[in-house]
Write a protein that binds this ligand. Structure first.
Ligand SMILES: Nc1ncnc2c1ncn2[C@@H]1O[C@H](COP(=O)(O)OP(=O)(O)OP(=O)(O)O)[C@@H](O)[C@H]1O
Ligand SMILES: [Mg+2]
Length: 322
């Protein structure tokens, strides 16, 4: 069963210099209990997709087109009041750098208790009891709820943020770079914890990261983004073994593999485009070694090549990517 289905989503930010075309015709479907990774270079629009789904856009952001079906209901036309009911209980989001947003003057546990009591009709005792269970779930001793943020390490703060996202038992979580601010060892233990929780709760998850090795470790399916577009979407094994889009192929070649044999890394030449004025046709054509005239002229359709393997490339399946 599909829990989330995004169809042809377009979201722009207006700025003095014009519109930043951050999300352009993005389509994605996520099944219940699936973990989907959203990967791409900095500025390609990953966070923009997350905040569009929850409609937590800044004043200059607007959805121009598309549907966001959550459990079959379109969120795009929903009012702010209606969206409040969806956030936390339906979909909750772990924001990029959220651990720095804990209030320094309140005990961490009390901050989670407050979040629970705002969203659900429970007593303070019940909320505290739930926080204790959440702490156990994220691998912390419940007594830690009595501490202030400055008494926490970075990893513990991040665990608390994860506990907070789970507090109202959401159907789905969007985790935006949940480990990027942490050192590698702590990052690894948090990733393991997230995987464990995801499996235990059969949680639907969208995991956002610029690091494809983190995504590969955490997610069953991977959506690759480039310059405001999702260019390829497939299960992780297929994506690594037989990518269809030249950008995916380039991305895989530019990341070192810890487990695989040593190979020469070849970064993709050039820079990602400015989204104020993205290239015509396929947005990747300016950097694509296989680009033809058609690529400059026509936007490729994002289509399903094999079962649940989607790509947006005029020549997908015809290229021998090396
Ligand atoms: N509030 C805003 N106003 C104007 N432009 C914005 C705003 N927020 C983001 N952008 C622009 O929108 C584009 C997409 O940004 P977004 O934050 O979604 O990228 P990202 O993939 O999450 O990047 P990162 O990996 O650095 O977090 C970028 O060009 C960015 O500069
Ligand atoms: Mg981001």
């Amino acid at each position: 069963m599909k829990i989330l289905e995004v169809n042809n989503l377009r979201m722009y930010f207006s700025t003095k210099k014009g519109d930043v075309k951050a999300v352009e015709g993005v389509s994605l479907e996520i099944g219940k209990g699936e973990s989907v990774g959203l990967v791409g270079e900095s500025g390609c629009g990953k966070t923009s997709i997350g905040i569009s789904i929850l409609k937590l856009l800044p004043d200059n952001g607007r959805i121009l087109d598309g549907e966001i079906l959550f459990k079959g209901e379109d969120l795009v036309p929903k009012s702010e009041d209606e969206m409040r009911a969806v956030r936390w209980n339906g979909i909750s989001m772990i924001f990029q750098a959220a651990m720095n947003a804990l209030n320094p003057v309140y005990k961490v546990g009390d901050q989670i208790v407050e979040a629970i009591m705002i969203h659900e009709d429970v007593t303070k005792e019940e909320a505290h009891e739930r926080v204790a269970r959440l702490y156990e779930l994220v691998g912390m001793s419940p007594e830690r709820a009595e501490n202030f943020p400055h008494e926490y390490s970075g990893g513990m703060k991040q665990r608390a943020i994860i506990a907070m996202a789970l507090a109202c038992d959401p159907d789905m979580i969007i985790a935006d770079e949940p480990t990027t601010a942490l050192d590698v060892i702590v990052q690894d233990s948090i990733i393991k914890e997230i995987k464990k929780i995801q499996a235990k709760l059969n949680m639907t998850m969208m995991y956002i990261s610029h690091d494809i090795s983190v995504i590969a470790e955490t997610c069953e399916r991977i959506a690759v983004m480039y310059a405001g577009n999702v260019v390829e979407y497939a299960d992780s094994v297929t994506l690594f073994a037989s990518p269809l889009h030249p950008y995916t192929h380039g991305l895989l070649s530019s990341f070192p593999s810890i487990k695989g044999p040593l190979k020469k890394l070849t970064p993709i030449p050039g820079e990602p485009p400015n989204l104020l004025n993205p290239p015509t046709g396929c947005r990747f054509h300016t950097r694509c070694p296989y680009a033809q005239r058609l690529c400059k002229e026509e936007v490729p359709v994002f289509k399903e090549f094999k079962e649940r393997h989607y790509a947006a490339c005029h020549y997908a399946g015809e290229l021998s990517l090396r």
